[in-house]
Write a protein that binds this ligand. Sequence first.
Ligand SMILES: *[C@@H]1O[C@H](CO)[C@@H](O)[C@H](O)[C@H]1NC(C)=O
Ligand SMILES: *[C@@H]1O[C@H](CO)[C@@H](O)[C@H](O)[C@H]1NC(C)=O
Ligand SMILES: *[C@@H]1O[C@H](CO)[C@@H](O)[C@H](O)[C@H]1NC(C)=O
Ligand SMILES: *[C@@H]1O[C@H](CO)[C@@H](O)[C@H](O)[C@H]1NC(C)=O
Length: 319
Amino acid sequence: MQRPGLILLLSALLTPPISARPRRLRPEQPLNNRPIIGVLTQEVTDKEMKPYGSTYIPSSYVKYIESGGGRVMPIQLNQTSEEHEKIFKSINGLLLIGGASDLEKSEFSHTAQIYFRLAVKANDLGDYFPIWGTCMGFQLLTVLVAEENLLSKTVAENISLPLNLTSEASSSRMFEDFPAELIKALTEEALTGNFHHYGVTEQVFKGNQKLSSFYSMLSTNKAENGVIFVSTMEGKTYPFYGVQWHPEVNRFQWSPLYDFPHSRNAVRVASLLAEFFVNEGRKSLHHFTQVQEENRALIYNYNPIYVENFTAYEQVYFF
Ligand SMILES: *[C@@H]1O[C@H](CO)[C@@H](O)[C@H](O)[C@H]1NC(C)=O
Ligand SMILES: *[C@@H]1O[C@H](CO)[C@@H](O)[C@H](O)[C@H]1NC(C)=O
Ligand SMILES: *[C@@H]1O[C@H](CO)[C@@H](O)[C@H](O)[C@H]1NC(C)=O
Ligand SMILES: *[C@@H]1O[C@H](CO)[C@@H](O)[C@H](O)[C@H]1NC(C)=O
């Protein structure tokens, strides 16, 4: 609980927030009400999952996007830069999921970098393109900006925590549509599920010029070893968002072996953030050139597999 921050936050909610706006978004631009979010597949590293495919997406992430009113296109790794560029022009946002890939050497991080560069360039030209990173996706978003791996041990494994919101959270875009009582709950109740061993400490974040000029730190948390890590961030001028915690588990993962937050407020937090990100995707006018091409690309072409008996997920898509 953090009284001064809360008062600051509530007072900020009463006055119109002067939030940093992603650059060059034209307010008169029409919205795209059929947004497609690309979800980068990830290399299977888990031995038990290997028989089913070489890459995967847990269905909780797919449902997360779908619950916000968007559609999902799984993006396969190991395609040419030209193929990725074509996909980039067809989708309206990118979700980088959690997992266990190498942040610098994996095909996952290599492919994420292709999209990150395209997104920076597009946004610079007024072509809005949002990116969301969860857990490892968050970590990757720091590596892509800092151009070095700044992670250190910040274990918070299987533990739900309230967020320690910073003063910047009150003028953030991510939490802009949160009612005041939900913001209060977010700082007092354990609504965010943590499953990570590494992270970026508050100290490293503040000390790294590239990171702290690119992202606003919206929340911090304390790891098991007492270190303070950054738990939520958003781009100051780019529509890029990162959470070190896992909003998708609140509504779509149920294993009793893990501490997944399922309270009413936990569900509302996850719903609002999923809607927020899909709304960001609505500002992108990228599209497929042909309907048939779009149909073939979407997740509906694939069936998830039941994996509850050997993973923390209920269902996973394998590719
Ligand atoms: C990608 O290509 C590399 C090199 O050919 C190969 O080792 C790797 O298994 C491939 N990964 C996937 C996910 O197909
Ligand atoms: C929240 O963060 C502030 C600023 O870093 C710190 O002073 C405060 O002790 C933190 N509160 C909790 C509950 O961790
Ligand atoms: C995760 O945390 C929950 C709640 O604290 C606990 O019941 C469960 O045993 C833990 N699971 C693992 C795998 O440590
Ligand atoms: C999990 O359950 C499925 C479906 O019942 C079964 O085919 C599979 O062998 C099981 N896997 C393990 C590792 O127990």
